[in-house]
Write a protein that binds this ligand. Structure first.
Ligand code: PLP
Ligand code: COI
Length: 356
């Protein structure tokens, strides 16, 4: 596909929000990117237009059978005014893995990174500069065939919207309390857990709502077969530091291969900290706690960055991790990762891409 994007700018730019009370995902910028897919024609009509509601047929497949996927990445404003993206190609590669699983046509990775850069550049004045804030980028694809039969759609829309954001959790970088879910499951091998399919999140809402009623921010999912092995949290992968070693659940098809997860593993390796990807049971975690070797726990994700876990509740057994304080290693990872993302530290991994 040629790199041409038709640009129509808004005639009435919106006022910029107060950067202190951004929260997450509530405010959207002036423009959005759209392109259409038609079978036989491929992706076409790439355009940037003023942010506005979509006009869709009520019979559109996405509304009925949830054929939809999404991504999440961020643009960061550095102290010297540059704009950086963090490993954007990894998100576009993951779109294609999600697409493949959901029978959605693949995208051109280079073109879509170019589309993100063009859109962010047009709305660059929306990138917040307050500490810990960034511009969240949400690419997504929806099936648009107006047809009620269950089959892969022949038409789609790929859309990118932008949202200036602060912390994902109201707690910020302070430890969050997590409920270990032993009743509902998120995914099983052979399902869609490894894909960023919209329906995965719809299916998780009930567990999250029940956990919220009990005072927990999110749930920690266990495997869907034995309800024994740890998978991930609602919007984060998880890491545990036990007796000096960092352990994270291995990728076996049911959890999302997080880009932050991969970056954390690379960082730990570069520091010579032992990090192991393997199956880890909730029982093992509680035993480590009893023995006094459970040192730190944290989640990793684009939205949540590094989020220490302060308390776990598994079938009424509550354990407090590191006195509900941010662990030394969690803090070091947070500082390094955000240091690279915000251009304060040298990016020896080549993870950032500047938008010029
Ligand atoms: N797990 C789930 C279910 C998620 O939704 C996310 C967020 O994207 C993650 C993990 C973390 O992935 P990443 O680090 O690529 O943002
Ligand atoms: C992200 O971290 O980008 C996510 O997609 C999490 C989200 C479900 C808010």
């Amino acid at each position: 596909m040629a790199y041409d994007i038709k640009i129509t700018k808004t005639a009435s730019p919106k006022p910029k929000p107060d950067q202190i009370s951004l929260g997450f995902g509530k405010i959207f910028t002036d423009h959005m990117f759209i392109m259409d897919y038609t079978e036989g024609k491929g992706w076409h009509d790439a355009r940037i237009v003023p942010y506005a509601p979509l006009d869709l047929d009520p019979a559109s497949a996405v509304f009925h059978y949830g054929q939809a996927i999404f991504e999440g990445l961020k643009a960061y404003r550095t102290h010297d005014g540059r704009i950086l993206l963090f490993r954007p190609r990894k998100n576009m590669e993951r779109i294609n893995r999600s697409d493949e699983r959901m029978c959605i046509p693949l995208i051109d990775i280079d073109f879509c990174v170019h589309a993100i850069k063009t859109l962010v550049s047009i709305d660059k004045d929306w990138i917040p500069t307050a500490e810990g804030t960034s511009l969240y980028i949400r690419p997504f694809i929806i099936a648009t065939d107006p047809f009620l039969g269950v089959h892969p759609s022949h038409t789609y829309k790929f859309i990118i919207i932008l949202s200036p954001v602060g912390a994902y959790y109201p707690q910020g970088i302070n430890p969050v309390d997590i409920y270990v879910e032993s009743n509902y499951v998120r995914a099983v091998k052979g399902g869609t857990g490894f894909a960023k399919a919209a329906g995965n999140y719809a299916a998780s809402l009930k567990a999250q709502a029940e956990a919220a009623q009990k005072g927990y921010v999110q749930v920690l999912w266990l495997d869907g077969v034995e309800r024994k092995y740890i998978e991930e949290v609602g919007a984060m992968n998880v890491f545990f530091k036990i007796n000096g070693e960092v352990i994270t659940p291995s990728l076996e098809g049911s959890i999302l291969p997080g880009i932050t997860r991969d970056s954390v593993i690379q960082l730990l390796n570069s520091w010579g900290v032992k990090v192991t990807e393997r199956r880890i049971s909730i029982q093992e975690l509680y035993e480590a706690y009893e023995k006094g070797t459970f040192e730190e726990a944290f989640g990793s994700g684009t939205a949540a960055v590094i989020s220490p876990i302060g308390e776990l509740n598994w079938e009424g057994r509550k354990i407090t991790i590191n006195d509900k304080k941010i662990g030394e290693l969690s803090q070091r990872i947070y500082d390094t990762l955000t240091g690279i993302q915000f251009g304060k530290l040298e990016d020896t991994f080549g993870w950032t891409e500047e938008i010029r």
